[in-house]
Design a binder for this molecule. Structure first.
Ligand code: SF4
Length: 400
């Protein structure tokens, strides 16, 4: 246990350094598509069309001597789910060939699909063009289909109750790789996706620029046209990024993984809490609610004997009282070798009653896809114990 916590501390320190370097690095694809004479990006590589906004496609196509309406056509084909440039049949063959010489469609490949026999929830294991794998979950709610997407391959944050933390961090997803999770799940379902939660593998605000560009892609009226109010972005509490998001004027729902009523309990669960205290997180959330005029959701994984006492409930209620917020109580997921167990239903109901008594709207999350490991990172973890993308295929094969 001691060794494990030292290991987590080292991981966290490395992660913090990486977070800082990511903060200063502009990694949006948009900044990379300045075209050179060969009409490839500044690295001389072909461009992934999935990553481009219509205005960037316009720049690309005008550079090829095409009219701007071609950009709309390409963007619409991408969002219809074509898997090949040759399927863009209203472009001439010559134009498709020219496009292929400078660009490609970086589509995801479905390597596994599990469907829950209990509630129809679908879990996809997608392979990225570079061989890495990520998860995506499609859920049916009364108000329509909702998709939970990943934002990174692995995660740096090291939350101790999370299956995604164990396999380490590999890389950020590009905007197009996030978009294609939504397109691929919608194509497979044959229905429109109405809601998106960025709550799968990864810390979305640690991949800030790409997530923001994904939001613009998925919201675009010529594309999937999913309203910002139907999109939830989760975070483990990266205070500077929450403050930055508060200035973007994008009315998404912010969902903060709090999981504890005080810093000492939170430090046991989430290494990031050594960097940002609960008070600092709540301060940033208050600013967010004022700027964006939307309530913040606080996620609270209820863990037996750790954060589920009535004292914990009263302490949390005291911290959140008067805030424009909603609390979502989550039965903690069991992960292999995990040290935490979930609280029983009665305890969760009592916890909820305390919060509601303080005027805080509280729900207990309905669990979907229990029979298909639908919680964050569990499927990926079941097939990958390595960060080397070439080796997960062996793991998949050996399971079959
Ligand atoms: S809970 Fe979220 S932030 Fe924490 S390790 Fe898992 S994916 Fe990362």
């Amino acid at each position: 246990m001691e060794g494990k916590s030292n290991l987590n501390e080292n991981r966290m320190n490395q992660n913090e350094n990486r977070i800082q370097s990511n903060d200063s690095k502009i990694n949006s694809i948009g900044n990379e598509i300045a075209l050179d004479d060969n009409r490839t990006n500044s690295n001389g590589r072909r461009i992934n069309l999935m990553d481009l906004l219509p205005e960037e496609l316009k720049e690309l196509l005008e550079g090829m001597g095409q009219q701007k309406y071609r950009a709309t056509q390409v963007f619409q084909w991408i969002n219809k789910g074509v898997t090949d440039i040759d399927q863009m049949t209203n472009l001439s063959k010559a134009l498709r060939e020219e496009l292929k010489s400078v660009a490609y469609l970086g589509k995801l490949k479905t390597v596994r699909k599990l469907v829950s026999k209990i509630d129809g929830t679908v879990k996809y294991l997608f392979q990225l063009p570079d061989g890495n794998v990520i998860e995506c979950v499609l859920m049916e709610y009364r108000h329509g289909l909702s998709v939970c997407i990943s934002s990174q391959v692995g995660c740096k944050m090291g939350c101790r109750f999370c299956a995604s933390a164990g396999a380490g961090f590999v890389r950020n997803l590009t905007p197009g790789e996030m978009l294609d999770q939504v397109i691929s799940a919608g194509t497979d379902a044959g229905r429109r996706i109405g809601n998106i939660v960025i709550m799968g593998i990864g810390e979305p605000l640690d991949n800030y620029d790409n997530v923001l560009k994904f939001l613009r892609l998925v919201n675009h009226p010529q594309g999937l046209n999913i309203g910002y109010r139907h999109i939830t972005v989760s975070t483990c509490g990266l205070v500077p990024a929450i403050l930055r998001l508060a200035k973007e004027n994008i009315p998404i729902t912010l969902s903060v993984s709090l999981h504890a009523p005080n810093d000492s309990i939170r430090e046991r669960l989430m290494p990031i809490s050594r960097k940002y205290s609960i008070d600092k997180i709540l301060e940033a959330c208050k600013i967010y609610t004022v700027e964006i005029k939307r309530r913040v959701t606080f996620e609270y994984a209820v863990i037996s004997g750790v954060n589920d006492s009535m004292d914990n409930a009263w302490e949390l209620a005291g911290k959140l009282k008067g805030m424009l917020c909603h609390v979502n109580l989550i039965p903690v997921n069991h992960i292999e070798d995990g040290e935490f167990t979930r609280s029983d239903r009665q305890t969760m109901e009592r916890f909820k009653a305390v919060l509601e008594g303080a005027g805080i709207e509280t729900t207990i999350r309905r669990e979907l896809g229990q029979d298909i490991s639908a919680a964050c990172g569990q499927l990926r973890r079941s097939v990958i114990t390595y960060t080397d993308p070439r080796r997960w295929e062996d793991a998949v094969r050996s399971e079959e």
